[in-house]
Design a protein around this ligand. Structure first.
Ligand code: BDR
Ligand code: CA
Length: 316
């Protein structure tokens, strides 16, 4: 199966994404690394460990990473996922039986990559701080990375600001570093697509009826749903991070197009924006400079929803 490491800041949709990988029999989930983001690092780490316990996966090591962004200032957290990252329901999760790794996220990433006999897919679904630090400090591991499939950015929109998507905005310098990393294939799964993959009440009802795991995941969603309705005008749960993990574990489930992508790291109103060059001069580096990556643009929406639901409701 696909060898996978998830770098995450749970987070309601991170919880769906972690469970999707953890419950997939064809995925070899080597480890989970955590980063600040939706809530501070101590909470994202506790949430990740307890979510793996909920999925009965105490075999998966968890290591904590960056508590703040790479270059600028202090920690900036989101406000969409409640004070504990899981809409006030984190306390309902089981305690983790597996201790937190004593090494930090970058060290765990390096040891898992070096020990792997096949290239590993990394799915960053939070700010890109850990991954930027990994690539900067350990360039030798690049050929052990099959792909980076990241949730982040937007082609035509932001969410945390008019221009910027949260994961990129939370550490724009780190995102810019990762996206610019020439030797590592990169797929960006942007807001434009994840919003279209929203799931509705009927989907959530099936999830909740499937058993304790589904019930717990569904219990995280009411406040998140209310936020999306109020701020973004959506009716439905947007499982951003699960869309990226679906592509990581089932390559090709999303359709992609190649674009030159850069990140705005200036201090203006577009800080954290992904600048996706959609001019057609792609084969002309002078007319359209910048790193080419794959940007996910479309999918069979119902097929994707069914894929995620069947994995979350099936047994491993
Ligand atoms: C991203 O930001 C976070 O709030 C979500 O977990 C997701 O990773 C969406 O913009
Ligand atoms: Ca996330």
């Amino acid at each position: 199966g696909t060898k996978l490491i998830i770098d995450t800041d749970p987070g309601v949709d991170d919880a769906f994404a972690i469970a999707l990988a953890a419950m997939s029999a064809d995925v070899d989930l080597l480890g989970v690394t955590t980063v600040f983001g939706n809530v501070p690092l101590a909470m994202t780490t506790a949430n990740a460990r307890r979510l793996l316990q909920l999925c009965d996966r105490p075999d998966v090591p968890v290591a904590a990473g960056a508590a703040r962004r790479l270059v600028y200032g202090g920690e900036r957290n989101g406000n969409v996922h409640g004070a504990d990252g899981l809409s006030g329901r984190a306390g309902s999760l089981p305690e983790a039986t597996r201790p937190l790794e004593s090494q930090d996220a970058v060290s765990l990433l390096v040891s898992l990559l070096e020990a792997s006999d096949e290239p590993v897919t990394i799915a960053p679904i939070g700010p890109l701080t850990n991954i930027a630090a990994l690539l900067a400090a350990h360039p030798g591991v690049r050929d052990k990375i099959a792909r980076i499939v990241l949730m982040g950015g937007g082609v035509a929109r932001g969410n945390i600001t008019a221009a910027a998507e949260f994961n990129i905005w939370a550490d724009p310098e780190a995102a810019r570093r990762v996206i610019a990393e020439d030797e590592v294939p990169c797929v960006m799964v942007p807001l434009d697509l994840t919003h279209r993959c929203a799931v509705d009440g009927a989907w959530l009802a099936k999830l909740a009826a499937s058993g304790p795991l589904g019930q717990t995941l569904e219990s995280f969603t009411p406040d998140y749903l209310a936020y999306y309705r109020r701020v973004l005008g959506y009716d439905g749960i947007v499982m951003h991070d699960a869309v990226a993990v679906a592509e990581a574990i089932s390559p090709g489930i999303l359709q992609t197009e190649t674009y030159a992508v850069n990140v705005d790291t200036t201090d203006g109103p577009a800080r954290g924006m992904t600048l996706v060059d959609r001019r057609i001069a792609l084969d002309d580096p002078e007319a359209a400079p910048g790193r080419r990556i794959e940007v996910a643009t479309d999918t069979d929406l119902d097929g994707l929803r069914e894929f995620v639901l069947s994995r979350l409701t099936g047994s491993r």
